[in-house]
Structure formats: structure tokens, C-alpha cells
Design a protein. Structure first.
Lengths: 117, 170
């Protein structure tokens, strides 16, 4: 991945609304711009602008079907950034550490809910 | 919600469109980006059968039929794992020349929602795409793919009966 491509991905990810768009598209593959707009208070123009930034970074793939534009999440750029820093061996241990973090946090949340119940 | 899923994997490859096209259509040697399997077919054209077989040809892991063949831009085929009973899905490869290289898109669709095939395809696709990029750009096969090719090799003797190539003639 060249520095320019990487800049595009980091720039695209560095905005809360754009990350939210990625979440929405990933959970609802093939959704259209109108579906997305329903989740945002900002204008349709602003959502389209975010989509352009995401498309430039190749994080969103869009397909035109008639008058509709279907959106799909493309995970490959994030995978390439991960590969850039995680070596074959560190990846294994980093993923184990992350697992421990998720598990402990989940357990803490469950305990908290139990206390409130 | 439709009962099938579709997913898209896209990458920019610094290389010639012909080099990328050859990697996914060659039959004279194994395809590193397709988990080291070898493509067997009587000739890539719409309607022709395809088989993805182990390097020694004894095991057939994937079977399908060519739907579209438009070198070097578009190739689509049906896809089914021989060890699973899921219905066939559709795989499309799109190659587009852009400044400095090729935009490669892998589209997987008509996958039954929640099926094992769907899960395996979505797990395998990122590895296929990044191996293709690496092989065309540097000639190297990433570690993850080399590891999987090795695992498939040692697992070959334990393949199910229905995965044997005799069951999938051309």
C-alpha cells in the first residue's frame, strides 16, 4: 500500500459519521443512500460527501442498479493496513491480547447489568 | 431482508491487467491466490464446467460453471464447495485499468444467508484478494496463504469421498 492510499484510508476513518456509515453499510450490505440518510441529522449532501471520501479510500463499493445506488463495505484496505504493521507472529499474540480485553470488558459489563437488575 | 447475501472485495493492484487476468484464469500451473489449487476446464467460455483441484488432481474442492468470460475484464462463474450441500452461489471478478495499475473487484453473491459456504467465502475472500495483489506486485505469497496451502496439503488424505475427483469428471 502506497503512502497516498494509506492517507486516504486514515483520513476516511478519522470521522465519526464516516465510521458510522461503514457500520451501517456493513450491517446492511446493498443498502442505498436513502437508507443511510435516515440515520443522520445532517443533509443528504453531507452524507454524499462522506460517501465520496469513503469511496476514494475504497472502503465503500457502490453499484448502480437502475436509478438506485447500492452500497457495499470493502474490508480489504483495513486488512492491508493491519498487515502493514502486524507481522505473522505478532498478529497471533496481539489478537490473543485483544481477545482477553474483549472478554474482561464483557464480563465487567455483565456484572454491572446484574448489579442494576 | 433477502435470503441471500452479497459481498464485495476490492483492491488496487500495481501491475498490468494481463498479469492479474492470468493469475485468476491460468490452467497450466496452480493458482497461488486460490489456495494453491489448479483450475481444470475444457476451455473457459460460458456454459463450460470448471473444477478447482488439488495440485496432484486427486481432490476437487470447488465445482462450477462459467457464466461470463470477457478477457481481460470480466469473468463470472457459479461456485459450490464439494464437501458441503449448500446451493451454488455466484462469483464475479472485475478488472478495470486505472492510472498506475488495475482495480480488482471480487463479488460474491446469491450466497444463502447464514450458510457455511457463505461464512467460508467471506473468510477466504480477503486472503484471495491480498494474495493476488502481493503475487502480481512482488511475486511473494503472504504467510497466511502459504500456511493454508500447507494445511490443505497435509489434510488431503482425510478428504471426504465426495471430494474425490472421480466424482467430478469433466
Amino acid at each position: 500500500m502506497l503512502p497516498d492510499d494509506m492517507d486516504a484510508v486514515f483520513q476516511a476513518l478519522a470521522h465519526r459519521d464516516r465510521r458510522r456509515i461503514l457500520d451501517l453499510v456493513r450491517n446492511n450490505a446493498g443498502c442505498c443512500v436513502e437508507n443511510l440518510c435516515r440515520h443522520f441529522d445532517v443533509s443528504r449532501i453531507a452524507v454524499l460527501k462522506h460517501l465520496r471520501v469513503l469511496a476514494r479510500a475504497q472502503l465503500i463499493h457502490s453499484e448502480k442498479v437502475g436509478r438506485r445506488r447500492n452500497l457495499y463495505f470493502n474490508a480489504v484496505p483495513i486488512q492491508l493496513i493491519y498487515d502493514r504493521w502486524a507481522t505473522d507472529y505478532s498478529a497471533l499474540w496481539a489478537s490473543k491480547m485483544a481477545d482477553i480485553k474483549y472478554r474482561i470488558e464483557q464480563a465487567a459489563q455483565r456484572a454491572k447489568r446484574k448489579r442494576h437488575a | 431482508m433477502p435470503d441471500t447475501e452479497k459481498s464485495v472485495f476490492k483492491v488496487f493492484i500495481r501491475g498490468s491487467i494481463d498479469a492479474v487476468w492470468r493469475e485468476i484464469t491460468k490452467t497450466d500451473t496452480v493458482q497461488k491466490c486460490m489456495f494453491g489449487m489448479r483450475l481444470h476446464t475444457p476451455g473457459l467460455k460460458p456454459g463450460a464446467p470448471i473444477r478447482m483441484r488439488s495440485p496432484n488432481g486427486k481432490i476437487t474442492a470447488i465445482v462450477g460453471e462459467v457464466l461470463e468470460f470477457d478477457p481481460p475484464h470480466r469473468y463470472a462463474h457459479t461456485f459450490r464447495f464439494t464437501n458441503l450441500d449448500d446451493p451454488p452461489c455466484k462469483v464475479t471478478y472485475e478488472l478495470k485499468e486505472v492510472t498506475g495499475g488495475v482495480e480488482f473487484t471480487l463479488i460474491q453473491e446469491e450466497m444463502a444467508r447464514g450458510a457455511k459456504t457463505t461464512k467460508q467465502m467471506n473468510q477466504g475472500a480477503p486472503l484471495i484478494v491480498k494474495t493476488l495483489k502481493s503475487v502480481v506486485e512482488t511475486g511473494r505469497v503472504p504467510f497466511g496463504m502459504r500456511l493454508l496451502c500447507f494445511i490443505f496439503k497435509i489434510m488431503a488424505p482425510f478428504a471426504k469421498k465426495k471430494q474425490r475427483s472421480e466424482s467430478w469428471p469433466l
